[in-house]
Design a binder for this molecule. Sequence first.
Ligand code: NAD
Length: 255
Amino acid sequence: MPPEDSVRALVERIRAGARVSVLTGAGVSAASGIPTFRGPGGLWRDFRPEELATPEAFARDPLLVWEWYAWRRRLVAAAAPNRAHDVLAAWSRRYRGFALVTQNVDGLHERAGTAGVIRVHGSLWDLACRDRCAAAPARWREEAIELPELPPRCPHCGGLARPGVVWFGEALDPEVLAAADSAADCDVFLAIGTSAVVYPAAALLAQAAAHGALTAEINPEETPASASVDHYLSGRAEEVLDRLERGLTTAAFRV
Ligand code: NAD
């Protein structure tokens, strides 16, 4: 369990009306049965995610990459949000100025009831035209769990469609990045369940600190960010967020 003085410090700030921003990574969905890339279960047919989630992998073998995404879509469709998603959804309704930036592509924050999620890496449920044909929107939603055809086609030009996610080596959408930058202007910034090595996780933490925010990290493993945050709360997202939520909602909890 995380140190009680860290829990108290965060509860005190949030209760005093702090603007809270949260950055989440794959660890938040681990308790829902969605494997993280680097943790147990992250491999698919002996491929590492880094070998599949790239434009080069898609150019080489679009069917293989699509089979991996089809598997992930099925896995996520069968999963449910966990306590971590639920606590953050409650905060989004309760605290003015709350912002949630996620690297996750699974949509579980939205399914838990968080509105306005800033998705820096796109969504498993979006598709895009590989050739960015003029007729197609930048992305479109396809929520049918089983796609009618693999690899799917762009309905506008008939060319290949690709997953509407950001792959390793690709640039982030500037508008989404601007929204994430704005979220870093806050009073309390929490990085939860991210290894903090994939851009922009580390950058957002540093920006939040530069804005004078109290920074904290929730992760059962130390990361490159752990030493520099104000509070490192060692533990699983679903347990530590439950502890914080009890502190925030229990009148008897002394801060
Ligand atoms: P990562 O796989 O690199 O790291 C996950 C982190 O979660 C690790 O630091 C691990 O210690 C921590 N963790 C594991 N279980 C946890 C728990 N119960 N509570 C809290 N933390 C826990 O993931 P990442 O840094 O998010 O990113 C890599 C990229 O992978 C991201 O861009 C993301 O798009 C993608 N990804 C997304 C999903 C998803 O949408 N669910 C799943 C896997 C990877």
